[in-house]
Write a protein that binds this ligand. Sequence first.
Ligand code: MP5
Length: 198
Amino acid sequence: MPVAELPSRHPDPWRAATRHPFLDAVRDGTVPAAAFDTWLVQDARFVSDLLAFQARLLARAPRPAQAVLAGGLVALVDELSWFEEQAAVRGLDLDAAVLPVTAAYAGLLGRLDATDVGTALTALWTIERTYLDAWSAARPGAPEYRGFVEHWTQPGFAGYVAGLEAAADGVPAADADAVFTEVVAAEVAFWDMAVEAA
Ligand code: MP5
């Protein structure tokens, strides 16, 4: 089964992860600054965890998946610099405490190290496709958040997600539905964390 079929196989969880009230509020400009700032600090931490996970995944990836994973690693390093710039502008401390939902997501990434490569690639595609669709639904975004919306909706990012899709489709996952729904649930919990912080 191509991974692109997974969202339509699980429409309700997928909708919860990609049409979240947090993104509605980013679009409308009604997101409380405290909620946005909490999300930003935790997301920077998540990206740091994702970089480590993806580096481990590259080490065991099949030959055709190496280029997209290696390119993604460079982009993640650049993205961490971008987070540092955004945090500086907003006066945020990126060393703030890791919230439980972020720690739980890091735990999920760690468990993926022990799965078959197809499962880990399907998880990574799900992680990125969720952000592409979720931020696309927030377009164009309120002026103060437009840079964030553009970050995850630019053509280069969509191209990266397409590359991950091809990589995931190249290696069958033991249970694609299970890992997809687990990642999607972690994404919903992550948005919920931001809203609850308000
Ligand atoms: C992504 C992210 C997308 N930044 N945060 C979460 C919770 N899920 C997915 O990753 P990237 O590297 O920002 O595209």
